[in-house]
Design a binder for this molecule. Structure first.
Ligand SMILES: C[S@@+](CC[C@H](N)C(=O)[O-])C[C@H]1O[C@@H](n2cnc3c(N)ncnc32)[C@H](O)[C@@H]1O
Length: 256
């Protein structure tokens, strides 16, 4: 093997190691695909490395979908061979780009104490990263103050970043060990209680949504100041978790 071939193999191995290690490093996040990267850039992510096998295709995508980030995008991306690129993720992102970014440090106490009359979303022990990401996307679109979740899912994992299209970078998003203690009015969004059209969401609400299979815990229901349900047609058991988050947040947003 020639010296340049050996150096190529070594460069590929260190690149692969950096992406592999970033997936297991709680101070970093791996971004898979253009749309999460676009939002990461818009919302000021600190990008450590961006790689793509096809700079022309990527530039065309960026010009079409995010012309506002042209100056930040220039010279950001390193071209790498396709066979190296596709080994950096379990599934090759179809938009042909991946990145490593620093995970923002979240001041949870400041988020919960924020006096602005804006809700925070609490997901109690969600089980599906795609739901977590979709809830983050709805929360960012509606202008929620942040999204927190209990349980063991990390809302910054690549699958949640993909379904959240990187909007984790738009507001505080964090996993908590236990249910948060704070002075925000706790609203349990659940199948019982007041119906949403008749309910005014209080200022600074902590809007709690339950786990996909069992719903909210008794502990949370007992602690809640309010309980509200989204009306459904007869025979429908429940809505999807992220859909419920979107409906409740837009009920709040459209009443502002
Ligand atoms: C898939 S549902 C859980 C269904 C669960 N079997 C139950 O009995 O609550 C996940 C979460 O979405 C929210 N949700 C779904 N449909 C809802 C509805 N019609 N009204 C209020 N919340 C709802 C709740 O927060 C619920 O805990």
């Amino acid at each position: 093997m020639s010296l340049s071939a050996i150096m190529g193999v070594m460069a590929e191995k260190t690149l692969h190691d950096r992406f592999y290690n970033a997936r297991n490093d709680s101070s970093l996040v791996v971004i898979e695909g253009f749309h999460p990267l676009k939002h990461a850039i818009r919302f000021g992510a600190e990008l450590l490395e961006v790689v793509s096998p096809n700079l022309d295709e990527l530039t065309a995508l960026q010009s079409e979908y995010a012309p506002d980030i042209t100056s930040k995008f220039k010279n950001l991306v390193t071209a790498i061979p396709e066979d190296v690129f596709k080994k950096l993720a379990p599934v090759r992102p179809p938009t042909g780009v991946m990145a490593i970014a620093r995970r923002p440090v979240i001041d949870l106490a400041a988020l919960l104490a924020d006096p602005a009359p804006v809700p925070v979303v609490l997901l109690e022990n969600p089980r599906n990263l795609f739901n977590v990401g979709a809830a983050v996307r709805a929360a960012a679109a509606a202008g929620a103050a942040g999204v927190v979740n209990t349980g063991n899912l990390d809302p910054w994992k690549p699958a949640a970043l993909t379904s959240g299209v990187g909007l984790q970078f738009a507001m505080p998003v964090a996993r908590l060990e236990t249910l948060p203690k704070c002075d925000r009015p706790l609203v349990a969004v659940d199948l019982g209680g007041d119906t949403l059209p008749d309910f005014q969401i209080p200022d600074r609400a902590l809007l709690a949504f339950g786990t996909e299979r069992q719903g909210l815990s008794q502990e949370l229901l007992d602690a809640a100041d309010h309980r509200v349900s989204i009306p459904m047609e007869n025979g429908v058991s429940s809505l999807n978790l992220a859909t419920s988050v979107a409906i409740v947040l837009y009920h709040w947003k459209l009443s502002q």
